[in-house]
Design a protein around this ligand. Structure first.
Ligand SMILES: Nc1ncnc2c1ncn2[C@@H]1O[C@H](COP(=O)(O)OP(=O)(O)OP(=O)(O)O)[C@@H](O)[C@H]1O
Length: 200
């Protein structure tokens, strides 16, 4: 399976300059690709386009040759952002948050270090690192084919970062997931990725 951005162009406002134009990118199942570039270059915008949160003004995002916009139901391209607080309904208990991804995968929750007692809590009763583990678990539902990790572990300490990436890598191998890792940390990208794209 391939996730492809073909000739992507996007601007937030028609009266403003293009945020990006003529962007091409391709990720295959089972591949972990890094994306690095200067602040404000458009990496997070590209992440949202690839996950279908934004519609391109030019070009198309294809999943196995079919426009992403035609996929209905559970999104096969999942996005995890830097700040988990903005991605989770503050009123829901964590077991309900996880239900968005379908059935709980007990092994995944364990490998992410999610404790059973956390499932009954609300987001405000968890630390940022604990909450981010839930965002990752939710993004790795059975229907996920590609994961876009936009500065996913930037805010976390080294131990938590390693635990989360080990769990994600294991899942990626088992399920042949394609992953785009967006990060300013060159060392993280070199450790994880077989290919690194430099965004100029
Ligand atoms: N919702 C928005 N409305 C208007 N402009 C936006 C919006 N979001 C981002 N931009 C602009 O689009 C450009 C690209 O932003 P983006 O967040 O994609 O960059 P980035 O490469 O991810 O940056 P960073 O590394 O700092 O996170 C920036 O100039 C930014 O100001």
């Amino acid at each position: 399976m391939q996730l492809e951005a073909k000739n992507l162009g996007f601007r937030y406002d028609r009266r403003q300059d293009w945020c990006m134009r003529n962007v091409h990118l391709s990720i295959s199942s089972g591949e972990m690709v890094g994306l690095r570039g200067p602040s404000g270059a458009g990496k997070s915008t590209l992440a949202r386009l690839l996950a279908g949160y934004l519609e391109p003004d030019e070009g198309v995002v294809l999943l196995d040759g079919t426009p992403l916009s035609l996929y209905k139901g559970y999104a096969p391209v999942q996005l995890v952002l830097q700040h988990p607080e903005s991605a989770i309904n503050p009123r829901w208990r964590m077991h309900k948050v996880l239900q968005e991804a379908g059935q709980h995968d007990a092994e995944l929750l364990h490998s992410l270090g999610i404790e059973k007692s956390w499932l009954a809590r609300r987001p405000g009763e968890l630390s940022g690192g604990e909450l981010q583990r839930f965002c990752v678990a939710r993004a790795l539902g059975a229907g996920t084919k590609f994961l876009i990790a936009d500065e996913m572990t930037t805010m976390l300490d080294a131990v938590t970062q390693a635990q989360i990436w080990n769990a994600v890598k294991k899942m990626a191998v088992e399920r042949e997931l394609g992953i785009l890792v967006i990060s300013h940390e060159g060392s993280l990208l070199s450790q994880l990725c077989s290919r690194i794209i430099e965004w100029k």
